[in-house]
Ligand binder design. Structure first.
Ligand SMILES: [Zn+2]
Length: 82
């Protein structure tokens, strides 16, 4: 599963788009979903905090390198569902 979002860097205040390929908790016999990696977006660098949901490990807090200033920023990911 691919999740995407927008983040504003706390260092340079520039907005950029990010993506993350969510790993599945269980390796089922079927092949992993094939996702297209967006080439204009920045991948999450490291997941600090995550939650399990429907067999996926969803990131809640992560670090990401800002493509504008190159600094490592922190990112919080919100999900709409209750
Ligand atoms: Zn920046």
């Amino acid at each position: 599963m691919l999740i995407e979002g927008k983040h504003i860097c706390r260092y340079c205040n520039e907005a950029f788009e990010w993506f993350y390929l969510v790993p599945q908790k269980y390796n089922s016999s079927r092949l992993m979903d094939v996702e297209t990696i967006p080439n204009n977006k920045v991948g999450i660098y490291y997941v600090i905090k995550s939650v399990e949901k429907d067999g996926y490990i969803l990131p809640l807090k992560a670090t990401i390198y800002c493509p504008k200033c190159g600094k490592l920023d922190e990112l919080e990911i919100k999900y709409d569902d209750k």
